[in-house]
Design a binder for this molecule. Sequence first.
Ligand code: ZN
Length: 215
Amino acid sequence: MFHDVNDNVMQKTVVIGRAGEQPFTIDVPGVSNRHARLIVEDDIWTIEDLNSTNGTFVQMADGSFVRVGSKRISPTTRVRLGDATALGGITFSARKVLGLEDNYRDEFAQIEKTYDQMQQQLQKIRGQQRRRRLLIAVVPLVLMMVSIPMQGMAGMWFMRGSLGVTSVLSLLLLNGDKERKLMEQNKKLLVCPRCGRPLSEYDIKSHSHVCGAKG
Ligand SMILES: [Zn+2]
């Protein structure tokens, strides 16, 4: 948490933009001169859009950015000014506005946690898929064995029915989408909070990501 060096009542307002008061330069055409305002009052952080042309966005827990007018945030919340695509925007963590950039330790710890949770979920999904594949392999075998002592047409129709059941089971149970969706969801979260590049497992686990390095 931020503490005023003078130990005064903590109240700070910083206008952010191309002509803003923030301690870093913003030289992006998609950002307005006076784009947004960060208000910090007794550890309550609020970001306010100043009727900017391209909007102020705040990152949600699921990694997506949502356009805001005025929103309470935390020091580590990622704020984006302007569009991510068209004229370009800039993304930074809120505390950078108060010159508290530091080494992003909290963010990287959170990313590692997110990554570990994703791995656990992946394991679960893969285990479930393995069990389902086994079931799909075993069910027709059992049905076939049941049909062996049956006589004539009855046995044949039973076999056909079994094939149908197996096909339907496969369609219902082997849904590979889950894994893909999980990866998709997490892709947005597993990016460097400083430079926005995607982080590999090695980056996350070895804490060796080098910002801005070409991937
Ligand atoms: Zn980086």
